[in-house]
Design a protein around this ligand. Structure first.
Ligand code: FES
Length: 62
């Protein structure tokens, strides 16, 4: 049994997701299940939708 997912918006950084989450396509089909990852919210990541740390070099504030 996995932990209940939680989402943290990190100051000047990514959106951290902890716990197990299903990624689904437009039809609702599960395409991947992932646990503990960060989503980009600065728009600079080369690995979208995931954060690759580029927000630091970009000086993202938010
Ligand atoms: S938030 Fe980290 S690369 Fe965009």
């Amino acid at each position: 049994m996995s932990d209940r997912p939680k989402i943290f918006v990190k100051p000047n950084g990514s959106i951290r997701v902890t716990g197990e989450v299903d990624f689904v396509d437009a039809d609702g089909k599960v395409i991947e299940t992932k646990e503990n990852f960060s989503l980009c919210r600065c728009g600079q990541s080369k690995e979208k939708p995931f954060c690759d740390g580029s927000h630091r070099d970009a000086g993202f504030q938010g």
